[in-house]
Design a protein around this ligand. Structure first.
Ligand code: PGA
Length: 226
């Protein structure tokens, strides 16, 4: 799907971190895909972590993809910015200058997209967010102990995500099954941020059987077709 996007002229890729896109990045690293004329714009970064911190999303992206597949430009919010509000404005300008052609998304167990937690307004742009207990618990596996998980992050807003031309949401595992059911079959509500995607006209959802298990109807695509 990303290779086809490139062939079709996609230039700007909205990228995600976390365990979900790891296999996608492994496949891309093994492929001939060439991103040297492409731009990446990531969804989020922890407040207080910089590219030298192993748990930062900047470090993650370099390690999992950019070191092997260089892009023309890589953008992530700067979690160490001294003025976080200014950093959010700067990031909004970057997104405005580089409209996202294809946005890759994971989904949180609570239905978050990016770090837009339940209750977030659908029209917000990049903002500083307080992470919920569920998100902190889900992400503690990357840290030595839960106290080290940052309590805040900078996240691209739902308004910006919705402006992406095409969105690909990926989810694996039973722990995502409620979020997937609510996203697809529930009503559009701020309580399930991903439910806003029902209002976007070009969304592909790629899920395994476990993540799909609570849906009334589902289809699973082989991963190689991404
Ligand atoms: P995960 O996170 O890929 O680590 O499950 C997804 C998300 O929180 O968006």
């Amino acid at each position: 799907m990303l290779e086809q996007g490139l062939k079709d002229g996609a230039k700007v890729f909205g990228l995600a971190t976390g365990s979900t896109p790891e296999t996608l990045y492994q496949e891309l690293n093994k492929s001939n895909v060439d991103f040297t004329n492409s731009i990446s714009v990531n969804l989020d970064e922890y407040v207080g972590l910089g590219k030298e911190d192993k748990q930062s999303y900047s470090y993650f992206m370099n390690d999992r993809l950019f070191d092997t597949k260089p892009f023309k430009e890589n953008y992530l919010p700067d979690g160490k910015a001294s003025d976080l509000d200014k950093e959010c404005e700067k990031y909004n300008e970057i997104i405005a200058k580089n409209p996202i052609d294809i946005q890759i998304l994971g989904i949180g167990q609570n239905g978050h997209i990016g770090f837009n937690e339940p209750g977030t307004n659908f029209d917000v742009e990049t903002q500083v967010v307080d992470l919920t207990e569920s998100t902190i618990n889900a992400n503690k596996k990357y840290f030595d102990n839960i106290e080290e998980v940052p309590s805040q992050a900078l996240s691209m807003g739902i308004g910006s995500i919705m402006k992406s031309k095409k969105i690909v949401l990926i989810a694996y595992g039973l722990e995502k099954s409620d979020a997937i059911k609510n996203m697809i079959e529930g009503s559009v509500t701020k309580d399930v941020p991903a439910s806003v995607l029902q209002k976007h006209n070009d969304v592909t959802v790629i899920i395994d059987k476990d993540a799909a298990s609570k849906l009334s109807i589902f289809m699973v695509l082989p991963f190689q077709q991404i």
